[in-house]
Design a protein around this ligand. Sequence first.
Ligand code: UDP
Ligand code: MG
Length: 382
Amino acid sequence: MDSVFFAPTSMPSAEDSTVMGSRNGRNAISWRRSESGQNNDERAIASRPLKETLSSGQLSMSVVIPLLNEVDSLDDLYSRLKAALDQYAPNHEIIFVDDGSRDGSFDKLRGFWNEDPCVSVISFRRNFGKAAALNAGFQRVRGDIVMIMDADLQDQPEEMPRLIDKMDEGYDLVTGWKFKRHDPIHKTLPSKLFNGTVSRYFNIKIHDFNCGFKIMRASVAKDITLYGDMHRFIPVLAADRGYRVAECVIEHAPRVHGVSKYGAKRLITGLLDFLSTVMTTRFLNKPMQFFGGFGLLTSFLGVLVGLYLLVETLLGAGGHIRPLWVVMAVLILGGIQLICMGLLAELLVNVTNRREMSGAVREVLRNHDAHSDEIGERMAAV
Ligand code: UDP
Ligand code: MG
């Protein structure tokens, strides 16, 4: 079936994207291990280094590449990535997500798709942003391991084994650290500030949260939802879900073709997204602690101002209308409003959160005893 088809997707909506999948109903890749003896297979695979199981094709890799107007980099990117994948992960798929390019990138991608059954292309109707592009890719990955990288070749596909080795130390997500960054100072300085703040606040020892080069287990990609500019917070979102996160130094090359898609505006959006991330990670299930904390503090300040005015009145110095009365009223009423917002948010959480925390369980090891009906269930040691 050599055709373009629409695939259901939650964000952006189905109408916003076109997907090219594998042709002729065939899968170029043997994604699933055989059913029989699967348990034993899994145990054997788990005991071998990840690099070995990927390069032998026992485990598969999905590469997701978001791009916006990168036509001049695509040939080079594809050939270098393909060579690296053939060597380190022959059982692979490459998912290009064209985020509304207007420079012919899509036609170039269609060429790759025509030639290579491992290539899929998702095309957005307009530019929705890198986070939405990654999200669309994550929804469709079929590999055991997911790698993401930028399309501008600032990340080197040949460095894939470094990330794989680091992951083998027992991590679920490894993010690149552009130790020597080839970007202008107006990008590197705000970036340092951003990384320092995020690392300190969330207590995650990572220097480069926003690096486009990352590798993760498929469960991580499936478990996080990206929107807005949340791609900058992937390690935070993963760590918040309990995944083990690490970083690994990588080479960073200067951009050769095209221009950066992010300007000074990202300072403001970065700050706002930081607040959103704080809210959706730390306070997602306890919004009252956020709103209530501010509310109590504000009301307390209002009461202090009120006490001061009362003492003043008792001493005979007050009595007349002063702006401080208004300040007291605003503080107390504002505080009560914040507490009420917290209560409303708690109601929302309660209504929407009645199911089991999805993704909370890392692993369940179960042994079925054929001679008794007992099922021994042991949670894997953390
Ligand atoms: N990108 C995207 N959608 C956007 C902006 C960027 O898919 O709205 C892609 C872009 O094509 C590149 C990656 O995200 O593949 C990183 O963007 P860029 O290189 O401009 O960021 P920088 O390296 O300058 O921070
Ligand atoms: Mg770049």
